[in-house]
Design a protein around this ligand. Sequence first.
Ligand code: NAD
Ligand code: DAU
Length: 351
Amino acid sequence: MEFKKRILVTGGAGFIGSHLVRLFVNKYPDYQIINFDKLTYAGNLENLRDVENAPNYVFVKGDIVSISDVQAAFETHGITDVIHLAAESHVDRSIEGPMDFVLTNVVGTVNLLQTSKDFWKGSDHVFHHVSTDEVYGSLGVEGFFTEKTPFDPRSPYSASKASSDHFVSAFFHTYGLPIKMSNCSNNYGSHHFPEKLIPLMILNIQNNKPLPVYGKGENIRDWLWVEDHVRAIDVIFHTGKIGESYTIGGLNEWTNIDLVHFLCRMMDEKLGREIGTSEKLITYVTDRKGHDLRYAIDASKLENELGWKPSIAFDEGLNRTVDWYLANQEWIEKVTSGAYQKYYSNMYSDR
Ligand code: NAD
Ligand code: DAU
């Protein structure tokens, strides 16, 4: 079959990437989706079992830090477009060791940009770079991040993502590479690796383990249903303006401690425990170094220009998320065996 587009999705085996791959494989049978992923601890092909035999899906194991891996994928599959999600994504890991973040997030992104520039002739292509609101730094109690907010990254993770965003922008201005960018707030949903707040708390509540809340739990995040994020990427990829960036968020701010209390109550009900049981597991631990106080997004450009808006309320999304984790013990056992145990004990045992 002659495909209309052959899209390289990097990081397609990760949390957000697997939701994006599933959406595109099912919605666009006339596109070929080439999932290019190194399968680090965060990448898991189990996330894509339901689409792995689809005629328009291909998996390529590769490392974006290796230019020859990237070039081979472009040559073999005649890549017409890129949606770039591959990254080292966890702030706490970046504090422990920044270099993997520099390699994958910066060098890997430049390899993809350089290869796209070398392979693509004409303008009928899109390089969509998926990034984070963390590039804008930390908000006080008021205000929102918009596309115009100056970059002020404060963790090694956000510094590496900001650097990658700058390179994407530079390839547009210098070489005319047809890029689009999006900067999103915190996602939640199924297949979220349990080093991140929501899945970690769900697993610990289920297993009656301490719930490690950093500092006083007063930091604020703006949570968005992962499927709303990938719908936004779909809309921007197809109808966003070349050379522009779009901020994406849920207008759904929660302090960490309120969110953990909410999860405790929800899970007490689901697990048939007396309400208040799980809250006793809350343990305040040493704060994250350089912990950004608040993220909040004004997504009005995306809403007004491209017609996107979040589709579900937070309690509904969180209910579905908890139900997914409770129903997928095999997935949990797989991702939490081996290296995860070591990570957990390094990160939390003396905290
Ligand atoms: P994730 O950690 O769950 O998945 C990352 C994926 O990238 C994994 O499949 C991993 O195997 C792959 N990968 C890592 N290094 C690679 C390399 N060198 N070569 C090829 N593949 C590699 O991350 P996520 O949460 O799904 O985030 C995806 C993207 O979205 C990232 O760029 C992240 O910065 C961005 N983002 C995430 C959030 C969020 O809340 N999770 C919010 C905004 C933006
Ligand atoms: O804002 C978008 C970003 O959201 C993405 O770019 C990142 O890839 C993604 O990991 C996420 O970063 P955060 O650092 O905000 O997410 P995390 O789930 O690690 O933490 C959310 C909040 O919860 C944060 O304030 C730290 C706190 N926290 C986290 C963990 C893991 C705790 O209090 N205890 C914990 O054990």
